[in-house]
Ligand binder design. Structure first.
Ligand code: K7E
Ligand code: CUA
Length: 614
């Protein structure tokens, strides 16, 4: 029996028995596992060993995959509008998004405690509108979004690793911050910011003002430093000016000194309207707050190895990676050694190095965009080679298809890096999949790194455009089956229910809240809405609060109202609310959009819109 037959058979028997997993016999599993199987094969009914959390790039969302099967399990809308869930349309999400409907997610990171993921939050940036969002992992939904002041192109972000502390965010685009029109056309007045956001309160704590583009971000494991690769230290606004210098910088931020300056009020404030967090000015070349370590040339990724000792900067326009020894930073800040003396290795890996992942066994895996491969190299050998010893740090190379951006390995950015899986997020798939028109999928490739040689085991087509991902064993996070109702979203419903003296789970009620506004409470349970009908006037602002009272996991309902652009998901035991303007007089059916019951199609009611009385 081949894999396709097996899939077909288990599907048929599942349909007959009507119970999915239980319908797969032991014998079938035995047959399947006795076959020589690909490393990425996870038989039907079996679970993956790893989660992958993917950024969705210009789709504005994040995605959750299972590894090694590479099955896409879920999408979580973040900065985008999503018709399936109503994200961007519901009252809470609309408020969070502040009227924006697009976003560009690049970097996803989990919150940390003691150098490893603590399973509480996912942080993700929006490069397009300079925001940081936080996703509550138990509820797997966004619970906070913060606008980053004075910034354009918020790109690299990284949370602190010793505890859930600050989340550092780099702004990539240099912009003027004064109101003087003369400053707007003078690039020498343009600045960028390294912003610290409290990972618990999601408030901006401070900003450091810098004059070069800040690209990728990293933090150490001790809470002492944060990092930014900086390119365009020339301060150019045209491409040819931006790449003139042979060396740019890894900028190291001294968090203790910055916090001290903030405490003592040695700060400036700008009126951006986006907030007035204290700003530390570190544009001066001799600034005590930052260390500028010269690195060739327009470096991109900066990644800290799992021992916490080394920062690896990938050269982008230089074929090298530079290894910085973090134990030398204190001396460099003290002026005992020069910043450049912190570089302990700088070896060639190939053309277009962008990002580096780690296996926890002393090796780095660097993605090479131009060469289209992943190059495995040994950190210790690279250091010895830099000291003049005749050793070759390169261990292995594997071609990837095609033009890889980020690469990441399982638990690579934690002290628990386990060296099992590596992902190459390839920007182009070209000929790797069936032709689907002008836009091709990207290709997320899964590579087995458990041995000395890398092995490609899976091609995964992906919709535009995953920039980054993290991989973690499945027991690191524990999403809930029902929303815990502890988030800020539920505070809204509780307040409204109190105001109107209703119980969300029980009362189907219509309240006229003002001359032109109506609030409707609508509990529901498969296959019925509590209210079979309700009446409003044309032009009323109608708010509907729907509560799903089914105490059964994975039994979602929702509300869609014909011709009103109203649709949302309401998970089991959850509540959601949505507000819209009632249209022309007439009858409009509302219905449940999630297939919930044999009588799902009958789960509906009528909104009757009447002419407003004269
Ligand atoms: Cu290299 Cu936005 Cu992380 Cu894309 S960034 S590749
Ligand atoms: Cu409830 Cu369909």
């Amino acid at each position: 029996m081949d894999r396709r037959d097996f899939l077909k058979k288990s599907l048929v028997s599942a349909t007959v028995a009507g119970t999915g997993v239980a319908a797969i016999s032991k014998q079938e599993i035995a047959v399947a596992s006795s076959q020589k199987q690909a490393a990425d094969h996870v038989p039907p009914g079996q679970l993956d060993e790893y989660y992958g959390i993917w950024s969705g790039g210009q789709s504005g969302e994040i995605r959750i995959l299972g590894l090694p099967s590479m099955r896409e399990l879920m999408r979580v809308p973040v900065f985008n509008h999503d018709a399936a869930t109503g994200w961007g349309r519901t009252d809470f999400s609309k408020e969070l998004l502040g009227g924006r409907i697009t976003g560009d997610t690049h970097h996803v990171h989990l919150s940390y405690t003691n150098g490893t993921y603590d399973g509480r939050y996912i942080y993700v940036n929006d490069k397009a509108q300079s925001r940081l969002a936080r996703i509550s992992i138990p509820n797997m939904e966004v619970d906070a979004i913060v606008n980053i002041p004075n910034s354009q192109g918020t790109h690299g972000i990284f949370p602190q690793r010793h505890k859930t502390g600050l989340v550092l965010c780099n702004s990539e685009f240099r912009i003027p911050v004064s109101d003087d029109p003369a400053d707007h056309i003078d690039p020498s007045k343009y600045v960028t910011f390294h912003t610290a956001i409290d990972g618990e309160t999601m408030k901006v704590v401070w900003q450091v003002m810098i004059d070069s583009n800040l690209d990728l971000c990293a933090t150490d494991y001790k809470g002492l430093y944060s990092f930014a690769t900086a390119y365009n230290t020339e301060g150019g606004v045209r491409l040819e000016d931006m790449i003139a210098l042979d060396r740019d910088f890894l900028i190291v931020f001294n968090l203790e000194r910055i916090a001290q300056a903030v405490k003592e009020g040695r700060t400036i404030t700008l009126k951006d309207g986006d907030g007035d967090a204290p700003i530390v000015d570190a544009r001066d070349a001799d600034s005590p707050f930052v260390l500028r370590i010269p690195i060739p040339k327009s470096p991109h990724g900066v990644n800290i190895d799992p021992t916490g000792r080394y920062a690896v900067c990938s050269g982008k326009l230089s074929p090298t990676v530079s290894v910085v020894d973090l134990e030398k930073l204190a001396d460099a800040f003290a002026g005992v050694i020069k910043p450049r003396d912190c570089v302990v290795a700088e070896h060639e890996v190939g053309l277009g190095p962008l990002h580096t992942a780690f296996d926890g066994r002393g090796n780095g895996y660097t993605s090479l965009f131009i060469d289209s491969n992943i190059t495995k190299w040994n950190i210790e050998k690279a250091i010895r080679a830099y000291q003049g010893e005749d050793v070759n740090p390169i261990v292995d190379r594997i071609d990837v298809y095609y033009q890889v951006g980020h690469t990441n390995a399982s638990m690579s950015e934690t002290k628990d890096a386990d060296g099992k899986w590596l992902i190459a997020l390839c920007k182009l798939s070209k000929d790797r999949f069936l032709n689907v028109g002008p836009l091709h999928p990207e290709n997320d490739q899964l590579i087995d790194i458990s041995g000395e040689k890398m092995k490609l085991v899976h091609d995964g087509p992906a919709y535009a455009e995953p920039h980054d991902c993290i991989l973690l064993p499945k027991d690191v996070i524990h999403p809930l089956k029902f929303n815990d109702k502890k988030g800020p979203r539920h505070e809204l419903y509780k307040a409204w229910a109190k105001e109107d003296k209703v119980r969300l789970t029980r009362h189907g009620r219509v309240f006229r809240k003002g001359e032109r506004s109506v609030r409707v409470y609508m509990p529901c349970k498969a296959p019925k809405f509590k209210l079979k009908q309700f009446e409003v006037f044309e032009g009323d602002e109608v708010q509907i609060i729907v509560t799903n009272t089914n105490n059964v996991a994975d039994l979602p309902h929702g509300l869609t109202i014909s011709h009103h652009d109203v649709t949302m998901l309401v998970n089991a035991l959850d509540t959601q609310s949505i507000t819209f303007t009632a249209g022309k007089p007439g009858v409009y059916w509302y219905y449940c959009p999630y297939f919930c019951h044999a009588l799902h199609l009958e789960m509906r009611g009528r909104m009757i819109v009447k002419s407003r009385p004269a």
